[in-house]
Design a protein around this ligand. Structure first.
Ligand SMILES: NC(=O)C1=CN([C@@H]2O[C@H](COP(=O)(O)OP(=O)(O)OC[C@H]3O[C@@H](n4cnc5c(N)ncnc54)[C@H](O)[C@@H]3O)[C@@H](O)[C@H]2O)C=CC1
Ligand SMILES: O=C(O)CCC(=O)C(=O)O
Length: 444
């Protein structure tokens, strides 16, 4: 059996009931076969892959808090510190009822290669809890965040592990967590990113993942001789990534006609009204059913459906495994030319293969959504030098980083004989740097 297949089998055996983690490991290792086979003897001897798929540390803890009725609630908190070869652990905190150890491990594993691709010194980690902020009062969210940080603060720090937002963790949650960290540890340091602008946050971090996705999409289309201007786009999700992807797509001359949330989706043939979307989601924390009040000519549909709309470009920006084989078939049948992932692993393995086989340009999340974590690293730099850069400065650094990622993944794919396969290209480009650093640091 090949080394890659042996390690995939080992991961499935050692981590039962963690299908998302298995999926992420399979996707990465299978696409790295050519590099691994060329170094098989050395990698085997050093158990390089076995070390790569085993987190350096996994923390799981109780998070008790009191709800507005005086009832004690108990959630589970996680932080997986996956790999620190190239820098302090860095990655978001997901607050969603679906969170379990396997999901945090898949996200942490992906984060290793994504963070490497940014070219900045950040290792891979991820965390979160099965707490659901939806429908909770501000006081309840604060009680949860304070309890969560009371335990987590023992394991993180500006030079150790720097968490940030992800699904369900936005500016409000980061603020409550930062306040509690400072109170317990007595340190005013850049221990979290995505902070508010009055206490150490970076301009453009809020926009960064969505904007970065469009910078990469525009460059990738250009590499393939196609213009973004005038294209019709389907976006899924309506959270942080989806909102700012929609905003930047429209600024760059494309028209976004869909957004979605966990209960339904909107079709707006005239182009999504971003100001309305921000008011509904960022201010009112309401459902997309509200959208029709702002745009009477739009349609609201219950359930799933954005991938059945005829578009040129699809940008999945909601969550993992939200674009299935039948969605990929519908996109291809409707003439879609590119799928660029704003979310982490939104496309199933079968759907990815189908899109690639049918000539659709496919940019994997670890490259396409790396703008968020890259800008988090820029926030860390600003915190270290106790300075704040202008929006334009951060945004132009972000754009450069995304353009570089685009070229690096494209060049790596071509170098190894997989021209146009950006999944292989992104994985190889991310992997090479991590392996080099791990090898240089000895058996740790
Ligand atoms: N916020 C960031 O900087 C980054 C986020 N990501 C990824 O982007 C994705 C979205 O994250 P954010 O926008 O930050 O979260 P968010 O909490 O702001 O928004 C998540 C959106 O996805 C929708 N959603 C969640 N589960 C869904 C489901 N099962 N079906 C349909 N819609 C669903 C929610 O309704 C919401 O609109 C996630 O995969 C996250 O890991 C990736 C890189 C950075
Ligand atoms: O900004 C960060 O540190 C993390 C962003 C994130 O969670 C991700 O890239 O998936």
């Amino acid at each position: 059996m090949s080394y890659v297949d042996e390690v995939i089998e080992l991961v499935v055996k050692k981590n039962p009931a963690e299908p998302e983690f298995h999926q992420a490991v399979k996707e990465v290792l299978e696409s790295l076969r050519v590099v691994i086979e060329a170094n098989e003897e050395k990698f085997r001897k050093e158990a390089l892959l076995e070390r790569l798929v085993e987190p350096e540390r996994q923390i799981k803890f109780r998070v008790p808090w009191v709800d507005d009725n005086g009832q004690v609630q108990v959630n589970t908190g996680y932080r997986v510190q996956f790999n620190s070869a190239i820098g302090p652990y860095k990655g978001g905190l997901r607050l969603h009822p679906s969170v379990n150890l396997g999901i945090i491990k898949f996200l942490g594993f992906e984060q290793i290669f994504k963070n490497s691709l940014t070219g900045l010194p950040i290792g891979g980690g991820k965390g979160g809890s099965d707490f659901d902020p939806k429908g909770k009062s501000d006081r309840e969210v604060m009680a949860f965040c304070q309890s969560f940080m009371t335990e987590l603060c023992k394991y993180i720090g500006a030079d150790t592990d720097v968490p940030a937002g992800d699904i369900g963790t936005g500016a409000r949650e980061i603020g409550y967590m930062f306040g509690q960290y400072k109170r317990i540890r007595g340190l005013y340091e850049g221990v979290l990113t995505g902070k508010g602008l009055t206490y150490g946050g970076s301009l453009a971090r809020t926009e960064a993942t969505g904007y970065g996705l469009l910078y990469l999409t525009e460059e990738l289309l250009k590499l393939n001789g196609i213009e973004l201007v005038g294209k019709t786009v389907a976006v899924s999700g309506s959270g942080n990534v989806a909102i700012y992807a929609t905003e930047k797509a429209q600024q760059l001359g494309a028209k976004v006609v869909t957004v979605s949330d966990s209960t339904g989706w909107v079709y707006d043939p005239e182009g999504i009204d971003v100001a309305a979307l921000k008011e509904i989601k960022e201010v009112n924390r309401a459902r997309l059913t509200e959208y029709k009040k702002y745009r009477p000519n739009s349609e609201y549909h219950e359930g799933r459906g954005v991938w059945n709309v005829k578009v040129d470009i699809a940008l999945p920006c909601a969550t993992q495994n939200e674009l299935h084989l039948e969605d990929a078939q519908a996109l291809v049948a409707n003439g879609c030319i590119a799928v660029c992932e704003g979310a982490n692993m939104p496309t199933t393995l079968e759907a990815t293969e189908y899109l690639q086989k049918n000539g659709v340009i496919f940019a994997p999340g670890k490259a396409a959504n790396a703008g968020g974590v890259a800008t988090s690293a820029l926030e860390m730099s600003q915190n270290s030098e106790r300075l704040s850069w202008t929006f334009e400065e951060v945004d132009s650094k972000l754009k450069n980083i995304m353009v570089n990622i685009c070229h690096n993944m494209s060049d790596a794919a071509e170098k190894y004989g997989f021209k146009g396969n950006y999944v292989v290209g992104a994985n190889i480009a991310g992997f090479e740097k991590v392996v080099d650093a791990m090898t240089a640091q000895g058996i740790v």
